[in-house]
Design a protein around this ligand. Structure first.
Ligand code: NI
Length: 173
């Protein structure tokens, strides 16, 4: 399992709800957290590792691995208030970041890895992170939040690189 990057088509797919939390889902969560911490990420959605299921994990305190990890299955935003602007990056979009406007306060519900219902109140970075990951589950990337110009610049950069690799001229050293 690895973190897939743009333009992998699964990143544009709407993820399906989880209706049975079994061993496969537990394995998925364990693999996701390993990959997230290894990449020094603060959040990850299941479709970023190729599984179109509504599972997200996050931990803004990523340096202390596993201490504050939250697993949220089938998340739903029940309240979103005020606005905050933050320069976001994404593990699936290498070498890109931009200022994105999000809601500052959030109430979210879902279930944890044991199927127990959980309610989360979040603000600032945690709220930003949850919105970013739920976006992933809906097939939305930070590229979809930025200007047409910035999106296209990035698309062209990736296309150029992929063309080069297809032609047997990789310059990735
Ligand atoms: Ni992301």
């Amino acid at each position: 399992m690895e973190i897939l990057t743009y333009p992998d088509t699964i990143l544009k797919k709407m993820a399906d709800p989880v209706d049975n939390i079994d061993g496969n889902i537990h394995n998925l969560i364990d693999n996701m957290s390993k990959l997230m911490y290894r990449a020094s990420g603060i959040g990850l959605a299941a479709n970023q590792v190729g599984v179109a299921k509504r599972v997200i994990i996050f931990d803004i305190n990523y340096k202390e691995k596993g201490k504050d990890l939250t697993v949220l299955i089938n998340p739903t935003i029940v309240l979103a208030e005020d606005r905050v602007v933050f320069e976001e990056g994404c593990l699936s979009i290498p070498d890109f970041q931009d200022k994105i406007t999000r809601k500052k306060y959030l109430k979210v519900k879902g279930v944890d890895r044991n199927g127990k219902p959980i309610d989360i109140e979040a603000e600032d970075l945690t709220a930003i992170c949850i919105q970013h990951e739920i976006d992933h589950l809906d097939g939305t990337l930070i590229l979809d939040h930025v200007s047409y110009l910035k999106r296209n610049l990035y698309k062209r950069k990736v296309e150029k690189l992929m063309k080069r690799i297809d032609n047997g001229q990789s310059n990735l050293l």
